[in-house]
Design a protein around this ligand. Structure first.
Ligand code: ATP
Length: 469
C-alpha cells in the first residue's frame, strides 16, 4: 500500500510540477477536491476527448452528437428517478463528525478518522444532486440541479434528433460534457470529484438485438482501452450480479482499473432496456416512440445500451499506466561528470553525448496520439546564431504539431524534462546546423538520435507521429 501511495504522490507531484493539474483556487488556499487542468493537462484531456469523438462519432455512420445544457428542467430528474433514488447511504461518526459512505467502510468497525468504536449514526440516504437557484429568488420554486450525468439529455432530445437526422435503428447519440455530483467522500486526486467530465453514448436498438449489441459495445470499449495503451492485466470486467443491478437492467459491467488505491470503476456498460424513454414519455406526455420506416404501423420504444466513460478517470489511468522510472545512461562528455555540466555545441558532440552512467529518468510512455506536446525544439545554447534557426523552425513546426521551445539548462536536463511529460520527439539545433542545414531528432523511447535535413523535417515528423507505436 505504501509504495502504491508513493506512486500516487509521484503522479500528483509531477502533474503539478509540469503543469498537468493544479489544485483548484490554490492562491486562496484551494477548494477541497477541486482541480484545474494546466497547459499540458488540457492538451492531454482534449486529445482523449477528440480521439473518442473521432472514433465513436465521426468514424461511424450510425452515430450523431449533441451538446446539451448543464441545467435542465427539474422534471427531467423527477422522471429519470434521480431526485428520488440517486443517493448514497451516509453515516456520521458522532465523535469526530466525519461523514462516510456506509457502503465504503465497515460500520461495525472503528471510525477510520478518529478510531472511535460503535459511534456511527444510522445510515440515511443522501441525494447526490447538486442544487442551485435560477433567478434572484432563492426559493423552492426556482430550484434547479446541475446534471449528474450527460445521459438524460440524450433521452430528452431523442425525438428532436430522430426528426432532424432521420436515423434508423440501430443508431446512437454521443455527448461529452461536465457532470456534477455532491459526493460524500470525494478524493484520490481526480478519481472522484464533485465536478467531472463524461463521454457517454446512448445506443438505441430493437429489443431483440440487445445481447448482440451489448457484446459489440463491450468489444468497442476493450479496443478503446487498448488504444489508450492500457495493459489488459490492469483492467477487470466485473459483471454486476442480479439484485445489485438497477431494476431495469438485464446486464451491467463495471470496467475496473487497478488504481494504486485499489481496484475501482473506470467505466460502465449497461443495458438500460426502454426504461428512460418510457419514463420521459410517461412524464412529459410526448410520444417518444420510434416508427419503423418499413412498417409505419409498427411504433415502439427502442431499447438502449449505454457505454459510460469518465474523462478524468481516463486521464488518471493513462498517467499511471504510462509513468515509468528507468535507469538510463547519463549524458556525459569525457572529462565532465554530470549531464548538467555538459553543453554540446556541435552535431558531433550531440551524437557523442552518449547516454552513459546510471541516472534515473522518468518517462511518460504515452502513445504518440495522446502526448500533450508532440515535438520539442531545443537549441543547444541560447546563442543568437542558434535561435535564428531554431525559432523559425519552432514556428514552422507549430503549424502542424503542438510544439514547445526550450533553451534553458543543459541539453540533458531538457531531454529529461521532455521525457517526463511524454514528448515523443526532441529536435536539437546545434552549431553544425548552421553549416549543414540539418538537425537532430531524438526519440523519447529509444533515446536514439538521427540527423535529418531541416527541409525534410516536417514530413519526417509527420510520418513518425502517424505511426501507431
Ligand atoms: P462510482 O461507483 O465510482 O461512484 P458510478 O457507478 O456512480 O461510479 P456512473 O454513474 O456509472 O458512475 O458514471 C459513469 C462514469 O463517470 C464512471 O465510470 C466514471 O468514469 C465517471 N464518474 C462518475 N462519478 C465520478 C466522480 N465523482 N468523479 C469523477 N468521475 C466520475
Amino acid at each position: 500500500m505504501d509504495t502504491s501511495m508513493n506512486f500516487m504522490d509521484a503522479i500528483i507531484s509531477l502533474a503539478k510540477r509540469r503543469g498537468f493539474i493544479f489544485p483548484g483556487s490554490e492562491i486562496y488556499g484551494g477548494l477541497a477536491n477541486s482541480w484545474d487542468y494546466g497547459p499540458l493537462g488540457v492538451e492531454l484531456k482534449n486529445n482523449i476527448k477528440t480521439e473518442w469523438w473521432k472514433r465513436f462519432v465521426h468514424s461511424r455512420t450510425d452515430m450523431v452528437g449533441i451538446d446539451a445544457a448543464l441545467l435542465m428542467n427539474p422534471k427531467v430528474w423527477e422522471a429519470s428517478g434521480h431526485l428520488k433514488n440517486f443517493t448514497d447511504p451516509l453515516v456520521e461518526c458522532k465523535k469526530c463528525h466525519e461523514r462516510f459512505r456506509a457502503d465504503q467502510i465497515d460500520i461495525k468497525k472503528l471510525c477510520p478518522k478518529c478510531g472511535a468504536e460503535g459511534m456511527f449514526t444510522e445510515a440515511k440516504q443522501f441525494n447526490l444532486m447538486l442544487k442551485t437557484f435560477l433567478g434572484p429568488a432563492e426559493e423552492q420554486a426556482n430550484t434547479v440541479y446541475f446534471r449528474p450525468e450527460t445521459a438524460q439529455a440524450m433521452f430528452v432530445n431523442f425525438k428532436n434528433i430522430l426528426e432532424t437526422t432521420r436515423k434508423r435503428l440501430p443508431f446512437g447519440i454521443a455527448q461529452i460534457g461536465k457532470a456534477f455530483r455532491n459526493e460524500i467522500t470525494p478524493g484520490n486526486f481526480i478519481f472522484r470529484t464533485r465536478e467531472f467530465e463524461q463521454m457517454e453514448i446512448e445506443y438505441f436498438i430493437e429489443e431483440k438485438e440487445w445481447e448482440k449489441q451489448f457484446e459489440h459495445w463491450l468489444e468497442e470499449m476493450k479496443k478503446w482501452i487498448k488504444h489508450l495503451g492500457i495493459s489488459e492485466k490492469n483492467v477487470h470486467y466485473a459483471e454486476i450480479p442480479d439484485g445489485e443491478r438497477a431494476h431495469y437492467s438485464k446486464r451491467t459491467i463495471d470496467i475496473e482499473y487497478e488504481f494504486p488505491f485499489g481496484r475501482k470503476e473506470l467505466y460502465g456498460l449497461a443495458y438500460r432496456g426502454d426504461y428512460d424513454l418510457k419514463q420521459h414519455m410517461d412524464s412529459s406526455g410526448v410520444d417518444l416512440r420510434y416508427t419503423d420506416p418499413d412498417d409505419p404501423k409498427n411504433k415502439f420504444l427502442p431499447h438502449v445500451i449505454e457505454p459510460s466513460l469518465g474523462v478524468d478517470r481516463t486521464l488518471l489511468a493513462v498517467m499511471l499506466e504510462h509513468y515509468h522510472e528507468e535507469d538510463v545512461p547519463t549524458i556525459k562528455k569525457e572529462g565532465l561528470s554530470s549531464d548538467s555540466a555538459f553543453v554540446a555545441t556541435s552535431a558531433k558532440e550531440t551524437a557523442l553525448a552518449k547516454e552513459e552512467g546510471d541516472e534515473k529518468r522518468v518517462v511518460m510512455r504515452f502513445p504518440k496520439w495522446l502526448a500533450p506536446i508532440k515535438v520539442a525544439i531545443l537549441p543547444l545554447s541560447k546563442k543568437e546564431e542558434l535561435s535564428k534557426v531554431a525559432k523559425p523552425l519552432y514556428e514552422k513546426l507549430s503549424e502542424s504539431f503542438v510544439c514547445e521551445y526550450d533553451e534553458t539548462q543543459s541539453i540533458g536536463k531538457r531531454y529529461r524534462r521532455q521525457d517526463e511529460i511524454g514528448t515523443p520527439y526532441c529536435v536539437t539545433v546545434d552549431f553544425d546546423s548552421l553549416n549543414d542545414n540539418s538537425v537532430t531528432i531524438r526519440d523519447r523511447d529509444t533515446m536514439k538520435q538521427e540527423r535529418v535535413p531541416i527541409i525534410e523535417i516536417k514530413e519526417i515528423l509527420k510520418d513518425k507521429l502517424s505511426q501507431i507505436l
